[in-house]
Design a protein around this ligand. Structure first.
Ligand code: ATP
Length: 254
């Protein structure tokens, strides 16, 4: 087996919303082309941590970090890092599907157009590739120029994944990507995550323990801003080392 390399690393990471200490001295390494699930009770800092990897928290007044976040060994909070470049590398999919009120095609190629790509043939090829990759092509290939808002919730979420993939990121952050979807659409998203990890490093926040078990290689359990435990998912669910992890995964709290 190939030795996996570190893709994302947090080193002594602390994060604050004003005076509130939201993430406490987090050290974590995530391997390339792996799926890592973040689990833990509501408010423990999962989304905050996820959003540090593409600097999504930068928009929040009073938010600050200490310590380092590294992508391919480079500090993404360094002064010379361009956030727009970073977000090409680190794509994100949110809890609620959020397609733009545009056509399916325009949604997928949105990021490419912002980058100045205008050639129709290039955009068409990229759209097809991304829609195939997100397992949506067969369902939408005959209505690419219809409104994305007419798609079902599950299709909209796969469209948002296609939109994220179109700009060729190497990391995909997913914040509870299936929690607003029905079981069948959820299963499709899970299958897709399983497929995508051949090419992408994926980090997923989920409240659904079965989902973490099904899709992730590694799981990180957070509690009150601390990373309590990080392990291979199988190990975490069969023999957690910390009582808090044990209590959470057996449903005693959270
Ligand atoms: N914009 C903000 N301003 C101030 N505090 C915030 C902000 N966003 C989150 N927090 C606080 O930071 C803590 C961690 O929130 P976060 O959303 O990261 O938790 P979470 O584990 O993702 O929760 P959930 O599972 O409910 O989504 C919470 O106490 C929350 O109230």
């Amino acid at each position: 087996m190939n030795k996996k390399t570190a893709k994302l690393e947090a080193k002594e990471l602390n994060a604050y919303y004003g005076d509130f200490h939201a993430l406490k001295n987090i050290n974590l390494t995530m391997e390339e082309k792996n799926v890592t699930a973040f689990i833990g009770p509501s408010g423990c800092g999962k989304s905050t941590f996820l959003r540090t990897f593409n600097r999504m928290n930068d928009y929040i007044d009073g938010f600050r970090t200490e310590g380092d976040i590294l992508l391919d060994g480079r500090d993404i909070y360094a002064k010379d890092v361009r956030v727009d470049e970073l977000r090409k590398e680190v794509g994100m999919v949110f809890q609620k599907p959020n397609p733009f009120p545009k056509t399916i095609f325009e949604n997928v190629v949105y990021g490419l157009k912002i980058q100045g790509i205008k050639k129709k043939a290039v955009l068409e090829e990229a759209a097809e590739k991304s829609l195939r990759r997100s397992a949506l092509w067969n369902e939408v290939k005959d209505k690419l120029h219809q409104s994305a808002l007419a798609l079902s919730g599950g299709q909209q979420q796969r469209l948002c994944i296609a939109r994220a993939l179109a700009i060729s990121p190497s990391v995909l952050l997913m914040d509870e990507p299936a929690s607003a979807l029905d079981p069948l659409s959820t299963a499709k998203i899970e299958e897709l995550i399983y497929e995508l990890k051949n090419d992408y490093t994926i980090v997923i926040v989920t409240h659904n323990m079965q989902q973490a078990g099904r899709v992730s290689d590694h799981t990180a359990f957070f509690y009150m801003g601390e990373l309590v435990e990080f392990a291979k998912t199988k190990t975490m669910f069969t023999s957690p080392q910390d009582n808090r992890t044990q209590n959470y995964i057996t449903g005693r709290f959270g």
